[in-house]
Design a protein around this ligand. Structure first.
Ligand SMILES: Nc1nc2c(ncn2[C@@H]2O[C@H](COP(=O)(O)OP(=O)(O)OP(=O)(O)O)[C@@H](O)[C@H]2O)c(=O)[nH]1
Ligand SMILES: [Mg+2]
Length: 250
């Protein structure tokens, strides 16, 4: 049992590229749960140290790294594949994919032509800085490029773990209901950007955008919110402008 977020990572973590036949196994050892508080501190402190190493390494190479987080199915991979295709020829993009199992999302990214590494966390519910470090050793994103890190679909655990990213973006779809910022405040408070996805479905769901904006700004007053549709492309130009601006400022 992971002392920090309660996930069970006993099955280990595998880092693999699509078509790579031999995933690398890594086993964790676990201390008794009676030491939960101390362990939580230790786990996060160790993660934060590795995150700082990752951050410095990425910054030294001029790589803009975006940690993309959301509930399962909010549209992270759809958004990333569309972004890669729309910005082809303008930005060099690499992707780290995080899922408990399968290479499915990595295959979708690979189909765009972008380099990708899939991390399978087993029973773990989030990526951590050490996993990213190992993925980057395989992926080796080029200097002055854009790196997307698609975290495991989960609105809770990924918020706790700094990966060394430049920015955090949370994708939230209108089918999830407008109350999510208040119910999952750590995720929304810690993000620089909220992409409100699937706005093409607004006519069919009970989702008040104004309520959502009000509650999002209650937990994160300065947050940027961009309503988009990753499938129709509506308003995606605002997301691309956001990326271009961040890249210039790296
Ligand atoms: N209508 C609509 N459907 C969307 C949109 N974006 C994604 N979807 C659909 O939502 C479903 C899930 O999309 P994914 O991109 O796989 O979501 P994800 O966040 O990557 O999912 P996990 O990796 O499993 O957490 C798919 O059926 C997509 O086609 C959108 O803007 N509008
Ligand atoms: Mg996905």
């Amino acid at each position: 049992m992971c002392a920090t977020c309660g996930c069970s990572d006993e099955t280990g973590v595998r880092v693999s590229e699509p078509g790579h036949a031999h995933p690398h196994e890594h086993e964790h050892s676990h201390a008794p749960e009676t030491r939960t508080v101390t362990l939580e501190h230790d786990v996060l402190a160790k993660n934060d140290r590795q995150a700082e190493v990752n951050r410095k390494s990425l910054q030294d190479k001029g790589i803009l790294a975006i940690n993309v987080m959301s509930s399962p199915g909010s549209g992270k991979t759809t958004l990333l594949t569309r972004t890669i295709l729309d910005l082809a020829g303008e930005l060099t993009v690499s992707v780290v994919e995080g899922d408990q199992e399968t290479l499915l999302d990595a295959e979708r990214i690979k189909a765009t032509g972008a380099p990708v590494v899939q991390i399978n966390t087993g029973a773990g519910c989030h990526l951590d800085a050490e996993m990213l470090d190992r993925a980057l050793a395989t992926l080796a994103p080029p200097r002055d490029s854009l790196l997307f890190i698609e975290n495991v679909g989960n609105l809770v655990c990924p918020a706790l773990f700094d990966l060394g990213e430049s920015h955090r973006a949370v994708v939230m779809s209108v089918t999830e209901g407008p109350d999510k910022p208040l119910k999952y405040p750590h995720m929304f408070a810690g993000s620089d950007l909220i992409l409100l996805n699937k706005i093409d479905l607004l006519p069919y769901v009970d989702f008040d955008v104004d309520d959502f904006l009000r509650d999002a700004r209650k937990v994160n007053p300065g947050v940027t919110v961009l309503p988009v549709s990753a499938t129709t492309g509506e308003n995606l130009s605002t997301w691309y402008t956001w990326l271009r601006t961040r890249r210039v400022c790296t």
